[in-house]
Design a protein around this ligand. Structure first.
Ligand code: UFG
Length: 328
């Protein structure tokens, strides 16, 4: 059994990683302050996996506590998923976003170094790409000029990790750039936590399907795309979790820094997502066009070939079958 610390392991991506890790014989240890999740998720993880799941309620900025946790377990690697992730809230509270996302990463790195843990997988985002790049987005496409404080935290953390790898040869760093993660574990027990009105497309459509919201607002209809709505690369969260396993199994956490896009490589417009959802769930989704949402890029999808070539990983779900069981 190999211990793996997973920060933010009680969150949307983290929980799915925990399930994939346990399935493959790893022993994940969750580090989470439950600020955007609920402790009941631990029980759900235990039900799904049939295993006891170790967790610590810790804020990564609490170095004293973090160091004492690291001392208790022998472990070589941390998967770092913890972080605030709402674009809207980051605009309202930028300082809190910088403090939480960057502050916790710096504290984590320092405590890892003290404990001689030098391997890390960082949850980054497609949002780090500069929006004037040719498509599909490749790992060596330009990054920066991010549109909001949330995106900036991801960009700044990537830069910190790049400098770290460059200046201290003990580190092995993988940056996983997620495209648009959707859906959830087939049990229906693990959901994206969206209290109140969701910001993201699929959680919003689900609320409309459940008649909790009257209609979907489609943000913009005059983008330069095939139907005028924005295009994104939607990836099933289970595929994403398996991408982390591929990083562990293929020993790509070799010295230095490696970056991988985790997406399907296929872009779908907002209208295509609505149609796919309606078809899959045999339900009509009323929608109205509204003005563009500030900060949205017109098109974002990746070239996932590097991950296939080097990690033997590719997404198994397409948009349509990512929507199976989504109303569970
Ligand atoms: N959209 C709507 N109506 C909605 C919600 C979204 O039309 O109610 C559209 C958006 O304009 C966009 C597309 O649906 O064109 C996808 O929007 P999401 O909010 O679901 O996803 P984003 O592309 O904005 O988000 C992605 C990642 C996030 C990351 C963010 C950073 O999924 O994890 O980029 O910008 F935080």
């Amino acid at each position: 059994m190999k211990n793996i610390f997973i920060s933010g392991g009680a969150g949307y991506i983290g929980t799915h990683c925990v399930i994939s890790l346990i399935k493959s014989g790893y022993s994940p240890i969750i580090l989470d302050n439950f600020s955007s999740s609920h402790k009941s998720v631990i029980k759900k993880l235990q039900i799904i996996s049939g295993k006891r799941v170790k967790f610590y309620n810790v804020d990564l900025r609490d170095k004293k506590k973090l160091r004492s946790i690291f001392k208790k377990h022998s472990c070589e690697i941390v998967i770092h998923c913890a972080g605030f992730k709402s674009v809207e809230k980051s605009i309202e509270k930028p300082i809190s976003y910088f403090d939480n996302n960057i502050g916790s990463t710096l504290s984590l790195l320092e405590c890892m170094k003290d404990q001689k843990i030098f391997k890390i997988i960082f949850s980054s985002s497609a949002t780090v790409y500069n929006d004037s790049q040719p498509l599909p987005l490749k790992e060596n496409s330009k990054i920066g000029k991010t549109q909001n404080p949330y995106g900036n935290t991801k960009y700044i953390i990537e830069r910190i990790l790049m400098d770290l790898a460059k200046n201290d040869s003990r580190w092995s760093i993988s940056i996983a750039r997620y495209f648009n993660p959707i859906s959830s574990h087939e049990s229906g027990l693990l959901k994206e936590n969206s209290n109140g009105v969701p910001n993201n497309l699929i959680p919003y459509i689900i609320k409309v399907a459940q008649k909790k919201l009257p209609y979907l607002k489609v943000f913009g209809k005059n983008y330069k795309t095939k139907d005028g709505t924005c295009i994104r690369d939607y990836i099933h969260v289970t595929d994403l979790a398996d991408g982390h396993l591929a990083l562990l199994k293929n020993n790509k956490l070799k010295k230095g820094l490696n970056i991988y896009n985790f997406g399907t490589g296929k872009g779908s417009s907002v209208l295509e997502v609505i149609k796919a959802f309606e078809k899959q769930n045999k339900i009509s989704i009323p929608y109205k066009y509204t003005k563009r949402r500030p900060g949205d890029v017109a098109v974002s999808y990746c070239d996932p070939k590097k991950a296939f070539k080097e990690l033997n990983w590719k997404a198994n779900f397409n948009l349509q079958n990512s929507l199976i069981d989504i109303l569970k």
